[in-house]
Design a protein around this ligand. Structure first.
Ligand SMILES: CC(C)(COP(=O)(O)OP(=O)(O)OC[C@H]1O[C@@H](n2cnc3c(N)ncnc32)[C@H](O)[C@@H]1OP(=O)(O)O)[C@@H](O)C(=O)NCCC(=O)NCCS
Length: 170
C-alpha cells in the first residue's frame, strides 16, 4: 500500500479540491471550510492555509497557527488533517491540537489511524511533546483512532472525550 502524508501548499490542485468536495462541511465538529467552494476560491483558501502554517504567534488571542495535511493513498488524497501549533484555554475544552477526516468512501480501511500517526510524527518535529484531541462522546470511530494511536483518555465531559497522545510513541 503506498501511503504518503503531504503538507498542504499554496499551489495544491484539482485532486485535493475534488477530495474536499466529498467531505461534509461539518461532521462531528470537523469543519471543512472548503466545502462548496469554487476551484478559484479553493486556490485562495490554500494560500491562506499555507500562510497560517508559517505563523509563529497566536493572533488576537485565538487565531492559532495551523498546518494542514493530506493523506494520499495510492496517489489519491483520502484524508485531511489539521494541526494547531498551540492550545488556548478554549481549545483545551473543545478543538484540541489535531482534527482529521477521511473521505466517506475510504473509511474503515485503517487510513484514519495512519493519518493521525503521521501527524504525531509531524508534531514531534515541531517540538510538541503531547497533543490533545477532543472528540464528541458518540464518535466511536474517532475515539478508536485516537486510542489506537496510543491516546489516553484524560477526561470525559458532558460532550467530549479529551484524549492526550504522546508524540514520541510510534
Ligand atoms: C473518524 C474517522 C477519521 C475514522 O477514519 P477511518 O479511516 O474510518 O478509521 P480507521 O479505518 O483507521 O479505523 C480506526 C478504528 O475505528 C473503527 N471504526 C471505523 N469506523 C467505525 C464506525 N463507524 N463505528 C465504530 N468503529 C469504527 C475501526 O474498526 C478501527 O478499529 P480498531 O482500532 O479496533 O482497528 C472517519 O470516520 C471520519 O472521517 N469521520 C468524520 C470526521 C470525524 O469525525 N473526524 C474526527 C473529529 S474528532
Amino acid at each position: 500500500m503506498s501511503i504518503e502524508l503531504k503538507k498542504l501548499t499554496a499551489h495544491d490542485g484539482r485532486d485535493a479540491y475534488d477530495f474536499l468536495q466529498t467531505l461534509p462541511k461539518d461532521e462531528n465538529g470537523f469543519i471543512n471550510s472548503a466545502a462548496g467552494m469554487t476551484f478559484e476560491e479553493f486556490r485562495h483558501w490554500c494560500a491562506r492555509c499555507a500562510e497560517s502554517a508559517e505563523k509563529t504567534e497566536i493572533e488576537d488571542g485565538w487565531k492559532v497557527p495551523q498546518t494542514t495535511y493530506w493523506l494520499y493513498a495510492e496517489g489519491k488524497p483520502v484524508g485531511m488533517g489539521k494541526m494547531r501549533h498551540a492550545l488556548t484555554d478554549s481549545l483545551r475544552v473543545a478543538g484540541g491540537h489535531i482534527g482529521y477526516a477521511i473521505a466517506p468512501d475510504a473509511r474503515n480501511r485503517g487510513y484514519g489511524k495512519l493519518l493521525l500517526k503521521g501527524m504525531l510524527r509531524e508534531a514531534r518535529q515541531k517540538g510538541i511533546d503531547r497533543v490533545l484531541v477532543t472528540i464528541h462522546n458518540d464518535n466511536v470511530a474517532s475515539i478508536r483512532v485516537a486510542l489506537g494511536c496510543g491516546g489516553v483518555i484524560e477526561q470525559i465531559t458532558e460532550e467530549r472525550h479529551l484524549i492526550w497522545l504522546d508524540t514520541s510513541v510510534d
